[in-house]
Design a protein. Structure first.
Length: 343
């Protein structure tokens, strides 16, 4: 049987992310984009809500309900709930009369361990997958961003997600050098929470920190210094309190994790063969993932590396699009064959 016979009709690409899960189906595009969260009844351990409904409960759950993120640092932290979540998402994406026993390609961090791969494979099996492919996220992101990964030229991708930052140089359908660090969007949120505690004696939750990051977060100094009112719990008297923070303060709060991301990019460039490095200096670096939306991150990386940096057209969807294209486009057959999960 030809390798790609009926593959597209039974295949879906999945970005099983720490913060969000996306599902891509050929000719339909990204058909599902949901937070990677489940809400669990503590009395029965049954999952009550999945996705957006569950995310709305983070920090606000009533007694007896827990909001859980089954993935941490880009890999599965709670297998049982991850299985349920992925199965529910696949059912939503394909519909009641949708694909039966689909082939599934799920992007995984390049630093994933064999044990972590087995956990992801187990989650895919719960969605009744026939064949399971686990392509590395930087390759999937590069394909989704439209980089010429099959050509004999160097392409560099920096994918800043919720749990990991993936940096890779790609040529001839393979990853030449790469680095995966478990510092990304979640750590930026945590750095804001820590800063507000330390400097303002104010306790805020994860959702508030993320909102602050989206509204006034930035990675590179600019003329703008917007301010935002933040409401939280005073650590001095335990009462609700509102403070005002500026863009400059939040940039200072996130300086540590941002420096780690830049350092990973620099280390990868330093290990790149000279011929491919010349290609990258001419073509630039592609920035993808939710972190690409942080104001000034492209400028920060470009300033520190002296290489042009470009943001993908749809940075949030590149991994999902890339995994889907691997299943549907014969151009990526070699890449797909290398990442099939064998029992």
């Amino acid at each position: 049987m030809p390798f790609f016979k009926n593959l597209f009709w039974h295949g879906i690409g999945v970005d099983l992310g720490t913060a969000n899960t996306l599902i891509y189906i050929h000719d339909k595009g990204v058909v599902l984009r949901e937070p990677s969260v489940v809400a669990v009844d503590e009395n029965t351990n049954m999952v009550r809500w999945v996705g957006e409904e569950a995310r709305a409960m983070i920090g606000r759950t009533p007694q007896g309900i827990r909001a859980i993120r089954p993935l941490k640092d880009g890999v599965i932290a709670d297998l049982d709930y991850a299985k349920i979540m992925l199965r529910k998402f696949v059912e939503r994406a394909t519909g009641a009369g949708g694909l039966k026993n689909p082939d599934i390609a799920i992007g995984v961090p390049s630093g994933v361990t064999p044990v972590e791969k087995i956990a992801i494979k187990s989650a895919a099996e719960s969605a009744h997958a026939t064949s399971i492919y686990l392509p590395e996220e930087p390759m999937a992101a590069a394909i989704g961003a439209g980089l010429p990964v099959a050509e004999a030229t160097g392409s560099m991708i920096v994918d800043v997600g919720g749990g990991t930052t993936e940096v890779a140089v790609i040529s001839l359908s393979g990853i030449v050098v790469n680095e995966s660090i478990r510092i990304a969007g979640d750590e930026l949120n945590e750095s804001i929470i820590f800063y507000l505690k330390k400097v303002h004696s104010l306790a805020v939750g994860e959702r508030t920190a993320e909102e602050i990051k989206f509204k006034v977060g930035s990675a590179y100094k600019s003329a703008e210094n917007d301010k935002i009112d933040v409401r939280g719990l005073s650590l001095l008297n335990g009462m609700p309190r509102t403070i005002t923070v500026s863009r400059g303060e939040i940039r200072e709060a996130m300086a540590g994790p941002l420096a780690e991301i830049v350092a990973a990019v620099r280390r990868t460039l330093e290990r790149t063969p000279p011929e491919l490095a010349a290609d990258i200096f001419n073509r630039g670096i592609m920035l993808t993932g939710g972190g690409a939306l942080l104001q000034g991150l492209d400028e920060l990386i470009s300033n520190e590396t002296e290489v042009p940096v470009f943001i993908a057209d749809d940075p949030l969807s590149t991994v999902a699009i890339g995994t889907g294209k691997m299943l549907s486009d014969p151009m990526y057959r070699r890449v797909l064959e290398l990442c099939k999960f064998h029992k």
